[in-house]
Design a protein around this ligand. Structure first.
Ligand code: ZN
Length: 132
């Protein structure tokens, strides 16, 4: 087994959902001791990011700033589903991460956490974690 899939239910239209614990479980299931975990999200309207997990206002501010940068409504959008903003925000944040693993643990800074960034929820999202 070189990869596992984790499932992330998201609570609202926009959210930064902490997934550090789920990723750590995946690393344990994969038996990664020293190397890295590669994360890839299987969707086009959410993304993955690493950022501060101490002050929840950081997550709120990130979502608000992305909303200001890419407003939900733009009369020039052509995509019939009406969620072009979610596709653009997903593209800005990115669909993958690589996190080092040492001694079986994720190597993260004191204030860092791994988040799934939901931009068009609530939905059930899937992330593939691959041992490197
Ligand atoms: Zn769409």
């Amino acid at each position: 087994m070189s990869s596992v899939r984790i499932t992330v239910p998201t609570p609202s239209h926009q959210a930064l959902v902490p997934i550090t614990d789920k990723v750590a479980e995946a690393v344990a299931r994969l038996g990664i001791e020293d190397g890295a975990a590669h994360l890839f999200v299987l969707h086009t309207t959410c993304g993955l990011l690493v950022n501060e997990n101490a002050d929840p206002d950081v997550a709120r501010d990130i979502l608000r700033r992305l909303e200001e940068l890419v407003p939900w409504r733009d009369p020039k959008d052509r995509h019939a589903e009406g969620n072009t903003a979610a596709h653009v925000r997903s593209s800005l944040v990115g669909s993958s991460l690589t996190i080092p693993v040492q001694g079986g643990s994720l190597v993260l800074g004191a204030w860092q956490g791994v988040f799934l960034a939901e931009f068009d929820g609530p939905r059930t999202r899937h992330v593939v974690v691959t041992a490197l």
